[in-house]
Design a protein around this ligand. Structure first.
Ligand code: C2E
Ligand code: MG
Ligand code: MG
Length: 414
């Protein structure tokens, strides 16, 4: 009926008039149901509906779309400021506590707004636009309204396309690995590599892991991807070995999702068995957040990995939280200084106040005291390299020495 009413409104709207469609969602309604029971939830919905009707005063153009989602039309608002005022008031007036038999419920809503005719001239279009704006309101923390924004929508669509393409992409061989050398200044030789994943999307081209790893983490597919990566890197090592190339350890990045939710130990153990690869050739890079979670499970995984012969490296060190006390007890072997700290090393190598280089110096010292190796990430200039070597960091990884390379190019470099 709402669709029909809206259709009539669309047909009857004279040129020059405008109105807006608001998509209303109650924030965390599932939690209300879970905490107070579905009966209280039903009661809350009924009261909420009445409140919505009272606030708008037009019964024909308010509707419950389903669940905790409602839509309503705000008429005759051509000026954006005026409309914003109305929607802001709506968010405010709806978000009052509701009393149900089980107690009081704090209600908050997210509202998305689409405009007729700017955002669409048909029911479907307008609803979709308002819903997308509502999703944005929720992503911004809820309890707010957002107007439909085409650019946000394009990003949203891209995200969806990527997210839905991961599993198929893995099956179709759209992912591949590149290898960035770790270089020892003292020994003047490549002492390792970091395996980095890439996605060659059939429609969208080359996609960075910065974009797709979080998406794969969001739906758990990162575990499948990670299994594929471990397997691919092992196969690569075997292939290099077969050609008589000098083999160096190739580290693999492990997502927290795989570390905590997946069977990481099994994945790694079976891969090195299957490919007959020495675990010492497959260091694992994880971020501080992963290893500093001082739970028994974490400790257990780390110790199992160490017992199997894998080395653990802490990636982006210094950007998260580390407990110094805990750090000394962890079975880890390497710290990687994050690129953001390396970037702060002054170009002329002259320190003005010491602050810009305090962190890289401190990390190098910490690693030395704890008997850990240290690698500087993102080294791009001679000055940075000079500084690092003078302060005791021998191994660098960065564009100065080499960008990530294809397996072929990495083999030639070795
Ligand atoms: P990360 O593990 O800290 O990897 C280092 C990133 O810095 C890489 O970006 C690398 O290409 C880049 N980099 C290295 N040297 C330089 C430099 O001199 N200048 C600049 N500007 N950048 C440099 P990439 O390959 O885009 O990877 C970004 C992040 O994505 C990685 O950060 C890691 O967190 C994640 N990632 C990449 N590959 C994988 C993977 O196979 N599995 C998982 N779970 N995460 C991955
Ligand atoms: Mg890494
Ligand atoms: Mg890093």
């Amino acid at each position: 009926m709402f669709e029909q009413q809206l259709g009539e409104l669309i047909a009857g709207t004279q040129g020059g008039t405008c109105w807006a469609l608001a998509y209303v969602n109650i924030d965390r309604f599932r939690e209300i149901n879970n905490a107070m029971g579905v009966r209280a939830g039903d009661e809350a919905l009924a009261q909420f509906s009445r409140r919505l009707l009272d606030l708008t005063g037009n019964r024909d153009l308010v509707c419950r779309l389903g669940g905790d989602e409602f839509a309503l039309v705000i008429q005759n608002h051509c000026a954006r400021e005026q409309l914003e005022g109305t929607v802001a008031r709506l968010v405010n007036d709806i978000s009052r506590p509701i009393v149900v038999s089980g107690g009081e419920i704090e209600l908050r809503v997210s509202i998305g707004v689409s405009l007729f005719p700017a955002d669409g001239r048909a029911y479907e279009e307008l609803i979709r636009a308002a819903c997308s704006a509502m999703n944005q309101a929720q992503r911004d923390g809820g309890g707010v309204y957002r107007f439909f924004d085409r650019s946000v929508n394009i990003m949203e669509e891209r995200r969806l396309t990527l997210q839905q393409g991961i599993r198929k992409g893995l099956q179709r061989g759209e992912f591949f690995m590149v290898y960035q050398p770790k270089y020892s200044i003292g020994r003047q030789q490549v002492v390792g590599a970091e395996a980095l994943v890439r996605w060659n999307h059939p429609a969208l081209g080359l996609i960075s892991p910065v974009e797709f790893i979080p998406l794969a983490e969001g739906n758990g597919e990162v575990i499948e991807m990670s299994e594929w990566i471990v397997d691919t890197v092992c196969r690569q090592i075997v292939e290099w070995k077969g050609r008589g190339i000098r083999i160096v350890p190739v580290s693999i990045n492990i997502s927290p999702v795989h570390f905590w939710r997946g069977s990481l130990v099994d994945t790694l153990r079976s891969a090195v068995q299957r490919w007959q690869v020495d675990p010492a050739l497959l260091p694992i890079e994880v971020t501080e957040g992963v290893v500093m979670d001082s739970s028994e499970k974490t400790m257990h995984v780390l110790e199992e990995l160490r017992a199997l012969g894998f080395h653990i490296s802490i990636d982006d060190f210094g950007t998260g939280y580390s407990s110094m006390k805990y750090l000394s007890d962890l079975p880890i072997s390497e710290l990687k200084i994050d690129r953001s700290f390396v970037m702060q090393i002054p170009e002329d190598g002259v320190e003005t106040n010491g602050a810009s280089t305090a962190i890289p110096r401190a990390i190098i010292q910490l690693a030395t005291e704890f008997g850990l190796s240290v690698v500087a990430e993102g080294v791009e200039t001679q000055a940075q390299k000079q500084f690092l070597v003078e302060h005791g960091c021998d191994v660098i990884q960065g564009y100065l020495f080499s960008k990530p390379l294809s397996p072929e190019d990495f083999a030639s470099l070795l």
